[in-house]
Design a protein around this ligand. Sequence first.
Ligand SMILES: Nc1ncnc2c1ncn2[C@@H]1O[C@H](COP(=O)(O)OP(=O)(O)OP(=O)(O)O)[C@@H](O)[C@H]1O
Length: 332
Amino acid sequence: MTMVALQTHALSKIFTVKQKRAGLTGSIRSLIKPQWEEKIAVKGIDLTVQRGEMVAFLGPNGAGKSTTIKMLTGILHPSSGEAQVLGLTPWRERAKLAYRIGAVFGQKSQLWYHLPPIDTFDLISRIYELDRSEYAARRNDLIERFELGPYLNIPVRKLSLGERMRCEIAVSFLHRPQLLFLDEPTIGLDVVVKQRIRELIREVNKEEGTTVFLTSHDAGDVEELCSRAVVIHHGGILLDAPVDRLKREVLSRKIISLTLASGFDPTMLPSQVGTEVLKVEGRRVKIAVDLQQTDIEAVLGSLIGRFRLEDVTVEDPPMEEIITHIYGSGGG
Ligand SMILES: Nc1ncnc2c1ncn2[C@@H]1O[C@H](COP(=O)(O)OP(=O)(O)OP(=O)(O)O)[C@@H](O)[C@H]1O
């Protein structure tokens, strides 16, 4: 068995969309003689994900994330290029692939809205033609792990979002998918539930080697689940790097945190090019350093020259900032 979960080569998707003309005469002309325009949604993506890896697939709105995932799950045919997912060509072997992959969309439910979760487990087990006794054992294990006992018999529509998401993710693991697509799995959840959901995903990944392909605007999801991030923009891969390297490369910024001896003069804080004082709180000071304009040694040097330092740490910027940067400014 190969160690590759997913591999694409020059994967592309071009949509042909009808052009709308402005105004009433424009609308009528568009009806009579439509003009077509090509929209390149995904542009030659080369990507390899190993089995057991948890990869974040990031990019601003319209970057091509959904289109890529639709091709990888066999919902869409590509315009050109290739993909192998668990050794199958998704759009040619979609049904076969469906038995081996799972998908959770934070915004869309796969649970039957008017039925209690226990019925969804049953229905899904029949869709996947699971062996009855194996199914019962698996279901019970997931119910216990995800602590679903109290909700099992309550119609899904009456559950809170957090309760529902726990059920969604548990159900998605029922047929032991080797690869799981997670799209905004923690959207709208409170911090405690988010943490718990991440823990459970990590647990299953570790125990069952499930490959996870995640899309999220939540820095915590990326940082706590994924070791690697792939950033796409305008349909192409902008960056494919370990999450910790992403922190350094995307922003090329470092944060210096200082504790100064009491009685320091804040006006003496560095104002040299490439530095920015982010926060002064009592004796604690945070300074951002833009590594394209200056370097850490120079800034530390000038600080040591002016102050008595009691403590110094140099950190990468928080993931939050990177996510905002990636999603906010359109890829950077
Ligand atoms: N069926 C379609 N017909 C025409 N254009 C489409 C279609 N689906 C997507 N597009 C276009 O392709 C581009 C990529 O869209 P896609 O939905 O893949 O982006 P995304 O990264 O998933 O964005 P978001 O974060 O907003 O979900 C967008 O410009 C979108 O308008």
